[in-house]
Design a protein around this ligand. Structure first.
Ligand code: SF4
Length: 292
């Protein structure tokens, strides 16, 4: 229920989401449940502007919620509907471009009926999901084939246009596999709430090895040996590649007051303290046997 989700600790929510990617969705869902409980007595608002004001709910999602649950006459424009409209009207261009998106919204507004909106929106989503699919549209069975301009053009899959190709940039990072010399475990840190893997647990990260001494000093730790390369891997996000260089070293605690915060734990084995991104979980599973 919404109140149960609102009350759950962020770690528990992110732990359930671990491995699914798109962690902002879990954070938004959680933040949304909290706001609904605080500001709307635990009930989703029935006004579109109030819904759009909630985290993670944009115009199309709000329109879908209100039209499907209450039959309110709001247009929607999810990926399936964009594809159906772009094909039916042969709209050129990639829907990620604002001009194309604007045209598609205008079309969706114009076509969405004031009555039976729930059935219309559901039908549009189903049409995109089942017949007008991305690479193999089943035009022979399509109920709007008669006046579909993309079909008439002879190449329906040319619509909508694809995202202009740009090579993904490569970013570098160093993850620290810090083993406490007395065998207490590997140091894990909770990542900042926003940004990649926000709020998830991870190995501490520094931009380059040159930053190691300052980082250890600030964390109240002291190196016992020199860093040693333990693993290298590439993780690909939707818009960039991340090259991860895992450096292992033994440390001792110099200043427990600095080190011990709610955002850091020594991990030995067993369940993680909260959500952990899939590549970090892979690194941890391979390191725990090796380093501890
Ligand atoms: S006729 Fe083909 S391309 Fe046109 S809307 Fe139907 S399935 Fe899509």
């Amino acid at each position: 229920t919404l109140p149960a989700l609102a009350e759950a600790p962020a770690d528990e929510v992110l732990a359930h989401w671990s491995g699914l990617g798109y962690y902002a969705r879990a954070r938004n869902l959680h933040a949304c449940a909290k706001l609904v409980v605080e500001q709307h007595d635990g009930k989703l608002p029935e006004d579109i502007d109030a819904l759009i004001a909630l985290p993670g709910i944009a115009r199309s999602t709000a329109g879908a919620i209100l039209s499907l649950s209450l039959d309110q006459p709001h247009p929607i424009l999810d990926g399936n509907v964009k594809r159906v409209l772009a094909r039916h009207q042969a709209i050129e261009g990639w829907p990620g471009q604002s001009q194309v998106l604007k045209r598609l919204w205008a079309l969706s507004e114009q076509l969405t009926p004031m009555q039976a909106t729930a059935s219309y929106n559901q039908a549009m989503m189903d049409l995109g999901a089942t017949l007008c699919t991305r690479s193999r549209p089943d035009c022979a069975r399509c109920p709007v084939a008669d006046d579909c301009q993309a079909l008439a053009s002879g190449d329906p899959t040319r619509f909508p246009g694809s995202k202009p190709k740009k090579p993904s940039p490569v970013r570098q990072t160093v993850m620290l596999a810090l083993s406490r010399h007395d065998g207490a475990g590997l140091l894990l840190e909770r990542r900042p709430p926003s940004g990649i893997w926000g709020g998830l647990w991870s190995l501490p990260e520094i931009p380059t090895l040159a930053a190691l001494d300052d980082w250890l000093e600030a964390a109240g730790l002291e190196a016992i040996d020199s860093p040693d390369s333990a693993a290298r891997l590439r993780h690909t996000f939707s818009h960039f590649h991340l090259d991860i260089d895992v450096q292992a070293l033994d440390v001792r605690v110099r200043d427990a007051v600095v080190l011990e915060t709610d955002e850091r734990v020594w991990y030995n084995s067993g369940p993680f303290p909260g959500g952990v991104a899939a590549p970090v979980s892979k690194i941890l599973n391979s390191l725990v046997g090796e380093l501890l």
